[in-house]
Design a protein. Structure first.
Length: 179
């Protein structure tokens, strides 16, 4: 009986440590090359499509080319705030060198999932935020990748896709999305 006095609390403490420690071990935080705020750009009425134009085939909407960034950020600001320093970093390290920023994707589906943006955007009043997190409200969103699966923390769950297909009476056979 004395053994149980030590085993049960030890087992409970071990399970609690695993429960709390697993997320720290399984997920790695990733950092964007430039600290970028979508909300700052949204408050200036910059539409999502001004920077994220459809890629050929519509499979991934893509990142803006450095020419798009240079359209609004041709010269350093010389400012002292963290945001102004990051804008200056964008100009000095990428715009002036005509080098695209190696952005990390916030929301990217696994390679076996085919997702064309074009049919999903036609006739949808909600726009990007109907599927993606509402980036217009996000300053510096945290990006994490699972060390085991490789999935990103913001990968769209299949159940959400299926629910939308079913409610809109769109085809939901496996081969529609999975290649």
């Amino acid at each position: 009986m004395r053994l149980w006095k030590w085993v049960l609390p030890g087992l409970a403490a071990g399970l609690a440590a695993a429960w709390l420690g697993y997320p720290r071990l399984a997920w790695v935080a990733l950092t964007q090359p430039i600290r970028f705020s979508h909300s700052v750009h949204a408050r200036q009425d910059v539409a999502c499509t001004a920077c994220h134009a459809n890629a050929p085939g519509g499979a991934f909407n893509g990142f803006p080319s450095i020419e798009v960034c240079a359209g609004c950020h041709p010269d350093p600001t010389g400012g002292r705030s963290e945001d102004e320093k990051e804008a200056d970093k964008l100009v000095s390290e990428y715009v002036k060198k005509h080098k695209d920023v190696p952005w990390l994707s916030m929301v990217r589906e696994p390679d076996h999932v085919y997702f064309p943006h074009a049919p999903h955007l036609s006739g949808k009043p909600a726009g990007c935020a109907s599927c993606h997190p509402d980036m217009a409200r996000e300053d510096y969103p945290e990006l994490k990748r699972n060390r085991i699966s490789g999935y990103l923390s913001r990968t769209m769950p299949m159940a959400r896709c299926r629910a939308c297909h079913q409610s809109s009476r769109a085809a939901d056979d496996c081969v529609v999305c999975h290649r």
